[in-house]
Ligand binder design. Structure first.
Ligand SMILES: [Cu+2]
Length: 109
C-alpha cells in the first residue's frame, strides 16, 4: 500500500513545478492602470512567467532599466504580454520605455 502511494506520487511529480510545490503561483500577474504598475514591486521565482495586462488606452511596456534583461515590448489597450523573470536572483528595476516616469521593482528569489 505505502509502496503504491510512493510510486503514484513519483509518477505525477515531474509535472509539479518547484513554484507550485511551494504554494506560490506559477504565473505572476501584473496590471498597468493609470500609468502605474500594480503591484509596483513584483516578486517572482527565477525563470517564472510574468504576465502583464495593460488596462490603459495608451500603449505601455514593462522594460528593465538595464539593457537586455527583460521587456514585454509594447502592450496595447487590454492586451496581455508575458516575459520570464531572470534566472539570477536579485533586485531588478524596470520602467515603461514609453513613459519613463513609470517605475517598478522586480525581486527574483
Ligand atoms: Cu507607458
Amino acid at each position: 500500500m505505502a509502496a503504491g502511494l510512493m510510486m503514484s506520487f513519483a509518477a505525477i511529480a515531474p509535472s509539479v513545478t518547484a513554484a507550485s510545490a511551494s504554494g506560490a503561483p506559477a504565473v505572476v500577474h501584473v496590471k498597468i492602470v493609470n500609468f502605474m504598475f500594480a503591484p509596483m514591486t513584483i516578486k517572482a521565482h527565477p525563470g517564472e512567467l510574468i504576465q502583464v495586462t495593460n488596462k490603459d488606452t495608451v500603449a505601455h511596456t514593462l522594460t528593465s532599466t538595464k539593457p537586455k534583461q527583460f521587456t514585454t515590448g509594447n502592450i496595447g489597450h487590454n492586451q496581455t504580454k508575458g516575459f520570464r523573470a531572470p534566472k539570477k536572483p536579485g533586485t531588478y528595476h524596470f520602467i515603461c520605455f514609453i513613459h519613463q516616469f513609470m517605475t517598478g521593482t522586480l525581486v527574483v528569489k
